[in-house]
Design a protein around this ligand. Sequence first.
Ligand code: SF4
Length: 258
Amino acid sequence: MLLNPKSRLAPLFERLRIHYAHEHHWWPLHTHDRGYEVMLGMVLVQQTQWGTVEAAVLRILDHGYTSFTTLADADPELLAQLCKPCAFYTRKSNALIRIAQVVASQPAGFSSLVVGERGVLRESLLALPQIGRESADTVLMYGGEHPLFIVDAYARRVLARTGIYADAIDCARAPYDAIQRIVEADVGELNISTARELHAMMVEASIHHCTANNPRCARSGAVRRFVDPRKCKDHCPPCTGCPAADMCVYHSSVTKLK
Ligand code: SF4
């Protein structure tokens, strides 16, 4: 799982990989249907913490909604209750039913959303309710096999603070597609496992060290609790600080001020 060693991102990726190691407990976690779980997670996670999403996904599965086919016929009121307390749970549950109906109506099922040309698929995904750029790309990469760079809030924060592309773009504020183009041009051709690992590392870096407020640059990473106790189990032990501290513009500027 190596990035192009000439890319600007490679030194950061290496540090994060060594520090956090591979996180096995991504999709699928509870079924054998990666696409279904990814779609549930992507719709429910908007403005909602992952632990809340995970609990809602488990309730949905426990009530027998274990596939797009069963979800397409879900009772809207029951599904809304199962999605609670995710933000906008009624809107999200209605979106899930609508998406499931679209998938169930296709002869190729979920494959019709993720097999084909990336740009065309992305436009189709963006036409679905509650699916924005980040969700569409996540579905394409984790539900399908499209190696790409996901510009979520985690990636924006880590890239903006480390300053890796500071001379080219403002990663905190620039449009999604502009940042994605710059990163993908930098790293070149990605294989799918490296692309997924790169996204995972941005998430791990952000939830343990590069938190939104008071980043833990020179402190042990935050220990997070998830519904699934396997998640993050192997990389929450005490450490001395963020593995990117020695190459981070934000950290060096804060250190100079002290
Ligand atoms: S050194 Fe601090 S600001 Fe920089 S990436 Fe790490 S946690 Fe974030």
